[in-house]
Write a protein that binds this ligand. Structure first.
Ligand SMILES: [Zn+2]
Length: 240
């Protein structure tokens, strides 16, 4: 019986370690998927910003082209003004020149405004690229962490599964099934008692049960939490 207790003890310890590693892995995977989502959002934002920049630059190019066309027109109008013979012709040409001058001024304002806008979009793109770069390197680090954890987990499984298998075989099949079912349901399948209470659920054990456990090595079940329970002798008191 004490052989079985030792096997059960070792099995519970091993399973707790594997569970901790598995939990860490799940946490890491959650972090990974959050980072991936953030990166996808940043990439989509970057795409929108780049499309915005393209449109702004196109509008600025168009405005510049229009301003150039008007400059050619104003040269024609100035020629007309110089060549005008009558006062009426002169006034008409003068009006044309003034109107074009105003239109060109407005166009130049547009070109300038669009230039400022493009500049600010460019700065925004740079900022977004910086953010994406940070997230990307975090992602790489996270992937590295996960790989390392999976390797540890696999190494633990292969080095201990031989050991785990031996431990499982050391237990009666019905006892192992109970252990495994409890572990699946409660996270741990084993508890101990030293002073008559269950270490897992803190309930007091019936006196006869505690008496039985402490008298000789045996494995029973805690009546309140159902975990497999065995007696562990108290630490010997240290004398001063
Ligand atoms: Zn209990």
């Amino acid at each position: 019986m004490s052989e079985q207790i030792r096997a059960l003890e070792e099995l519970a310890r091993m399973d707790a370690q594997l569970k901790a590693l598995n939990d860490a892995l799940v946490e890491e995977r959650t972090r990974l998927s959050t980072l991936e989502k953030n990166l996808a959002e940043l990439d989509a934002r970057l795409e929108r910003e780049q499309a915005g920049l393209k449109a702004t630059e196109r509008a600025r190019g168009d405005a510049q082209q229009e301003a150039r066309t008007m400059s050619v027109q104003i040269d024609h109008s100035r020629d007309k003004l110089n060549r005008s013979r009558t006062e009426r012709e002169q006034q008409a040409a003068q009006r044309e020149v003034e109107e074009l001058r105003k239109l060109i001024r407005d166009k130049d304002d547009d070109v300038q405004k669009l230039g400022v806008e493009a500049e600010s979009v460019r700065a925004q793109i740079e900022a977004t690229e910086g953010q994406a770069k940070t997230v990307r390197s975090e992602l790489d680090a996270c992937r590295g962490d996960i790989e390392a954890k999976v390797k540890t987990l696999e190494a633990d499984h292969s080095s201990t599964s031989g050991g785990r298998g031996a431990l499982v075989r050391a237990l009666p099949a019905s006892l192992y099934r109970k252990y495994d079912a409890l572990r699946a349901k409660k996270g741990t399948g084993v508890t101990t008692t030293t002073d008559g209470t269950c270490r897992a659920c803190n309930m007091a054990l019936p006196p006869q049960l505690f008496h039985r456990l402490s008298r000789e090595p045996s494995i029973e079940q805690c009546p309140s939490c159902q975990r497999l329970i065995y007696f562990v002798a108290p630490e010997p008191a240290v004398k001063d």
